[in-house]
Design a protein around this ligand. Sequence first.
Ligand code: 5AD
Ligand code: SF4
Length: 465
Amino acid sequence: MSKTLFIKTWGCQMNVYDSARMADVLAPLGYRPVEEPDGADMVILNTCHIREKAAEKVFSELGRLRILKDEKATAGKGRMILAVAGCVAQAEGEEIVARAPQVDMVFGPQTYHTLPEMVAKATRATGSVLNTDFPAESKFDHLPEEAASQGVSAFLAVQEGCDKFCTFCVVPYTRGAEFSRPAAQIVLEAKRLVAGGTREISLLGQNVNAWHGDGPNGSTWGLGRLIRALAEIDGLARIRYTTSHPSDMDDDLIRAHADVPQLMPYLHLPVQAGSDRILAAMNRKHTADDYRRVVDRLRAVNPDLALSGDFIVGFPGESDTDFAATLKLVSDVGYAQAYTFKYSPRPGTPAALEGKQVAEEVKEARLAALQQLIAAQQAAFNHGFVGRSMPVLFDRVGRRDGQLHGRSPWMQSVHAVADERLLGRIVEVRIDEARPNSLGGTVVTGEHILTPHALRRVPSLEASA
Ligand code: 5AD
Ligand code: SF4
């Protein structure tokens, strides 16, 4: 019998991927995804713990869902199974069970392959099923091969967890130790995605460029070698990977940016801060100049490469001089876009115990200054494309009538009037207009032939602010 499943996802792309895979695990049990929680037979909150107020958001959502759950039961329409998954579940599972008795299942990111057993238990039992283990077996070995189509642009988790232990970050605790999936398993999943219509794959991992696997004859593969193997899949037009750590950008991965045309010229490479004192306190294991050198090596092999980053302002002990070093680094590097955060103390992380917390007003002011600089760089980057054409992969219908939405090689959103038959195709678009967060253009040719030469016809990406 068909049952309905609503999943609400917070946080990173890995959570989006996990939600899709949870739906795959539940499909053989008869669960079909729906867009609204009202009346659903199962609701899963897939949560994120990276920054503040995550747990409070989950509890207020559970309050609303309790009403829906009661309404469904009162109307004689059966039971709504309520579940909390993801990193809040991992970090605060016991508190959720204690505070929210309406919840039937609480489980961490490493356990969702056991969902069928958990559902069976929850259906029989009263009270919550709590599962926040780090099981010895990998969930990736137990996920169904049959997966719902992910569309034109898909995520593929290749690595999970992190051994870096940056002092602000919960990931090593919620996602566990660094784990790389075997290359053969990844290639098979990529082939299945491409057979289902995917043309662009983003390889995911909390520390994706730490990925390593066994190659033939006892050799070890790094992410660069894996990307070369994936580039051989017929029909896979674009490859991306996120999120990388600067210390794990090895030579082969950097070279892949020169000689794998499918590897898009855009890299999310967080540095977090520009002051060596703060980088050391963050346990980042690199200096600001180490980061500059990695960027120089990347741009030496591919001058078209656009960079994105993550920055934290107001880390404990950050002085005006330290913050000035962050602004200087941003000016030197030049970003196409970036994510900026105020430091938020996370329970259980070393930095949260630091005495020298920065005042909220100071964090606000630094965030505003940094955002202004990055917005100016992003605007300059986007404006550089006006009047030029670029290959755009159309991935969905746009908001305005007759428009399609697509992605440039540099991850910009591009809108253009285009026939829906161009969905899933890479088409040459001339850019007419640059907005702060997107581009508008006109289709100029049919399907784009992806060549390294074509990819090179772009404005230079010199630092712009
Ligand atoms: N406070 C603020 N930002 C954080 N991030 C991770 N932990 C924290 C924290 N405690 C940011 C980092 C990371 C991104 C995913 O979230 O910049 O790269
Ligand atoms: Fe967190 Fe990234 Fe540092 Fe790992 S490398 S601890 S995921 S910020």
